[in-house]
Write a protein of this length. Structure first.
Length: 200
């Protein structure tokens, strides 16, 4: 239990450091200056259909195989959010996946992200998800995301007028043996609602 709490705390601290302008190199990489940025970048799947992380920080102590697996899971999950295509979600999350910050009205399990993606794309059909920062420590993936698009659909009965949407989100994903088993997330909903023109 203490180890899990430490890992979660370390992931959050690393996220805060990057968001505050900290280094994008893992602490363990500091002893290898020439390889500081090269090693994490070698873990990225360069397939053209997958989103590419803008910045990547990886705890070298988890080993190359596990690190590459977690980077790939992040790419698959956020390619789902970037495209809405279910095959990427199925590849990234386990059937027993649990959302620990489940919004009201969203179903639990893998059905939750499917519901949210479909619902949001009703309002913003051209939605994209930029994988701005990825931090991997132990069995945790922390990601900072930027969602963009145009409100040309409908939201809560309101018809869009083409307003631009651009807001941030932070996720922490817990990786099991081969896929993501649970997550915690927070979105800048106030900015989103303001941009949609539906905030009070």
């Amino acid at each position: 239990m203490r180890r899990q709490t430490f890992i979660r705390t370390a992931a959050i601290a690393a996220a805060v450091s990057v968001l505050a302008g900290g280094s994008t190199a893992a602490a363990s990489d500091r002893t290898r200056p020439a390889d500081t940025h090269a090693w994490p970048q070698r873990l990225v799947d360069r397939s053209p259909d997958l989103v590419q992380p803008k910045s990547l920080t990886v705890d070298r102590s988890i080993g190359t195989r596990r690190a590459a697996q977690e980077v790939h899971l992040a790419q698959q999950l956020y390619t789902f959010w970037n495209t809405g295509q279910r095959k990427y979600l199925d590849a990234a999350v386990a059937p027993e996946f649990r959302d620990n910050t489940l919004p009201e009205g969203r179903p639990q399990g893998p059905a939750g992200p499917l519901f949210a993606s479909k619902d949001f794309r009703t309002a913003v059909p051209d939605l994209t998800c930029e994988l701005s920062d990825v931090l991997i420590a132990g069995d945790r993936i922390t990601a900072r995301l930027v969602f963009r698009g145009h409100f040309t659909g409908t939201f809560n009965g309101v018809r869009g007028t083409g307003r631009r949407v651009d807001f941030n989100a932070i996720d922490i994903q817990h990786v099991g043996t081969d896929r993501i088993v649970e997550d915690w997330h927070i979105e800048d909903n106030q900015t989103l609602l303001t941009q949609l023109g539906v905030s009070g």
